[in-house]
Design a protein. Sequence first.
Length: 487
Amino acid sequence: MKFIVNVINIPRWQVIVVAALLTVGFLAGSSFNVVSDVEAKTGEILAAPESFSHLAEMASPAVVNIRTVKTIKGGGRVFRHFKRGPFGEDDPRQDFFNKFFGENHQREFKQRSLGSGFLIDKDGYIVTNNHVIENADKIEVILKDEKRFEAMIVGRDANTDLALIKIKPERNLPVLQFGDSDTLKVGQWVVAIGNPFGLDNTVTAGIVSAKGRVIGSGPYDDFIQTDASINPGNSGGPLLNMNGEVVGINTAIIASGQGIGFAIPVNLARGIIEQLKQKGVVTRGWLGVGIQPLSEELAAYYGIENGKGVLVTEVFPGNPADAAGIKPKDIILSVSGKKVETVRDLTSMIAAIGVGETAKIKVLRDGRTKTFMVKIAKREDAKITAIHPRKGHQEELGLLVAELTSEMARRYNLKEEKGVIVAGVEPGGKAEESGVQMGDIIKEINHHGITTVEDFTQAINNIKDGESINMFIRRRNREFLVVKMTK
């Protein structure tokens, strides 16, 4: 009680001053320091905007509602199910149902769908998703002021799910500007505007949840993940930064997920949109190699400390890489001075190179770097799909072999300096199941001596499918082993 009395007797102004000082001291010792540290490192104030109103007012007029109509023949599963009539085969009304739903009378039905898009210039060019307008018989664009236009397809690219359509406006229209998606940071605020479930010009806000997402939609997956609400109908709409610039094109959602949406980075879309505008189609570069990621074991084997690079598994005869001299087991380190760290990096870099242009490709071969000047060809998906090369013996057995060099021998502390060494073992493959390990030296196959990769290939060629393969190997200068597997 004494403490309470003393406090009550303190003049009120002194209590307020003390409380204020304590509060300032507490904040200065905690969150204020955190914010100042972040500002010192990034130069940014990490605070939520007071309002998104100005951005929405500025950008919304350039976002459009897209409605399409597609003709579906045959009526789909529901109508085919009822072609026999709901009362059985013996029903006297069966002739009536046969007339309208029978095999010989395929009716046409109109399927309607919704999507979004945004204007990129005053001539009426609109960016959207390919899946929004694909196979559409009619495309209608509705502006924010309710004016309607019929649109034509300028070009589309299924590989990236991008499309460019055009309307003929009577006046200059508001447009959105492209930003720089490479400068986006995880945690940065973004805004999505679109037409979810037909609800025109819906504005939602969130943050960048992740970058570089691969969701299995195609060979050029590189999505921005955001928790800004994206729903069916948002497809093709813009993802905006706080300056009102387009940093992504909203494209995909996870059906069972909440707060998980994906947008195509505008830096990936920019060149594709320009090609569609100029030519109506997208042309991509082609190197002519089969590739795989560089595993931790392979990186260690080749002495690549950072583990970055892409392993060439196959070189297609007559294609650019083959003509330039690139070989299987080369590790691609860079393309025209840009580092290659992943398979996705290489695929995107080559695709972006113009047909006929020359790329400087740096590889690692037998511990030494080599540079090849490669004239890039045109990627033709139909021809690539038709390439079904027979699996090599190394792939069939689930291992990678290489000829032993003096440098490899030193790296693995081996006494031998000639022979064939196991450079990689595929998880779950025949070799791993049989007990083969990286660094094993293959001495014999079914009693035939092995000193080169050609010896290995010839020995396996002489064994028929279903027959046994007996590999006589030496492991780490110590023991000889025999491993068995079936071809």
